[in-house]
Design a protein around this ligand. Structure first.
Ligand code: GAP
Length: 460
């Protein structure tokens, strides 16, 4: 059961509300009443999620010489998931309430005085637990029969295992044990109780690495991967103090795992899993070898040995990483305005490298042609390098607040100094802008020519 010692439902409500209001996340098919457990990312959410995935790919694939990428299909051959064990064992125990017919996960029912009850109607008359397979199935082709069943993959991992030999054969020199194959992609699970916003969805994205190694290195590499992954979460702005590591005890690990660490984060709805780092041994390649009658093995050129490698798997959820970043970024700050009145500033303190919008360009007055034209010049300098927005409407203070709410780390204000004029038309001599910093609200004056060089290192 989740640790709920740190819950803050009011904070979570505000985050969900901001996500909708500002266009980060919407309920899927909302105008039809919603598709339960499915979420659409709006303009800002799509940028944020892309930045999180790109940063994962950069740090886990491009910055390393021991990991290659792949991009496999979502539709998965029945026999792949039969061999992996998913067809027979990828299930959750469920219980039906006899009073209101609601279906619940048996292991998540609330209890009062030692007795479980239905969280929907409060009834205590519950059916017997039954196993419910979480995979979505479909039929390939025009005929619907048992011979053409395919599944929407429940994890991206199996496409990596089934292409292991091809990757080894095609990438030659680059892949010598230990090495990894990485993939980002959709996965689907027919969760009995999707909940906590995007945390437990029926359609979600995973960022997985299968890191192949010799058996004797499996445990050590599991520990090393735990550290690598903890560092990555810190790099995207989650403080180490809010990340927890659960060493999953015997009996609670997945059937294939000899060691698993769960990386958890203090969400406002409790301390919950972000990622699993599991030592999967040679379970999967072994199962696929047996199923196809051909070893999915590795040949070591130096020692001339042929063997089925073991694997360590850091498996992260892209949506959960995004949700953690949203929860961490949300802040309310009480400020005293010019008139001595207190007001609350809502600010999303995203790390600049994953913020959806990096810079807002704000001409001081929208009806002053020279200001707008100069702002367009600044836009042309910055836009090729980053996602920017151009905002003309409202008082400058209100525009700053709007950008704070979506987490834009920098605002560039184009005023009369920028166009080399004082308000009375006299010449100031230099092209300068005001650069306003989101977190400190400090403003500095600098020449347009220095702007790009100043911002680029901050968002890298
Ligand atoms: N290949 C191993 C695997 O899939 P998992 O612990 O079942 O392991 C890995 O899933 C990660 O995928 C989780 O830590 C979580 O981040 C994400 N994930 C799993 N189920 C999810 C769901 N229903 N909604 C959102 N993310 C999910």
């Amino acid at each position: 059961m989740p640790d709920n010692s740190t819950t803050d439902p009011a904070r979570m409500e505000k985050i969900v509300s901001l996500c909708k209001r500002k266009g980060f996340v919407f309920q899927s098919a909302e105008i039809y009443g919603g598709l339960n457990g499915c979420w659409d990312y709006g303009p800002l959410g799509a940028e944020l999620k892309r930045n999180v995935k790109d940063y994962w790919w950069k740090r886990m694939v491009r910055d390393r010489d021991d990991i290659v990428g792949m991009d496999g299909t979502i539709l998965t051959h029945h026999d792949v998931l039969k061999a992996s064990g998913h067809v027979d064992t990828f299930s959750d125990p469920m219980i039906d309430c006899k009073g209101c017919n609601a279906r619940h996960r048996a292991d998540q029912l609330p209890e009062k005085k030692g007795e479980t009850y239905c969280p929907n109607c409060g009834g205590r008359e519950l059916g017997e637990p039954q196993e419910f397979n979480l995979m979505f199935s479909t039929h390939m082709g025009a005929v619907k029969d048992d011979d053409n069943i395919a599944f929407l993959r429940p994890e991206t991992a199996q496409t990596i295992f089934t292409q292991f030999k091809n990757v080894c054969d095609q990438t030659g020199e680059r892949v010598k044990l230990p090495f990894g194959i990485a993939q980002i992609g959709k996965a689907f699970r027919n969760e009995i109780n999707p909940r906590n916003f995007t945390f437990r969805s029926r359609e979600f994205e995973q960022m997985e690495i299968e890191f192949f190694c010799r058996e004797e290195d499996g445990m050590r590499l599991t520990d090393e991967w735990l550290e690598t992954r903890l560092n990555w979460y810190q790099e995207i702005g989650l403080p180490r103090t809010k990340l927890h590591v659960l060493d999953v005890p015997d009996g609670e690990r997945a059937h294939y795992s000899k060691k698993t660490y769960d990386i958890e984060y203090e969400f406002p709805f409790g301390i919950q899993e972000l990622e699993g780092v599991a030592y999967r041994t040679d379970y999967d390649l072994g199962k696929h070898s047996a199923a196809v009658g051909k070893d999915q093995d590795y040949f070591d050129e130096q020692t001339k040995e042929r063997f089925i490698p073991h694997v360590v798997e850091p498996s992260a959820g892209a949506d959960r990483a995004v949700l953690a970043v949203l929860c961490e970024a949300y802040d309310e700050e009480t400020l005293t305005n010019d008139k001595g009145k207190e007001e609350v500033r809502t600010v999303m303190r995203f790390s600049p490298k994953i913020a959806p919008v990096k810079v807002a360009i704000l001409p001081l007055l929208k009806n002053k042609e020279e200001l707008v034209a100069k702002a367009r010049e600044v836009e042309a300098i910055l836009r090729p390098h980053m996602n920017i927005t151009f905002d003309l409407t409202g008082a400058i203070g209100r525009r700053y607040r709007r950008q704070d709410e979506i987490g834009t780390p920098f605002c560039v204000t184009i005023d009369f100094d920028t166009i080399g004029q004082n308000e009375d038309g006299t010449d100031t001599g230099i092209d300068t802008v005001t650069l306003r910093h989101r977190d400190s609200m400090e403003q500095e004056r600098l020449p347009i020519a220095e702007l790009l060089g100043k911002i680029l290192p901050e968002i890298a």
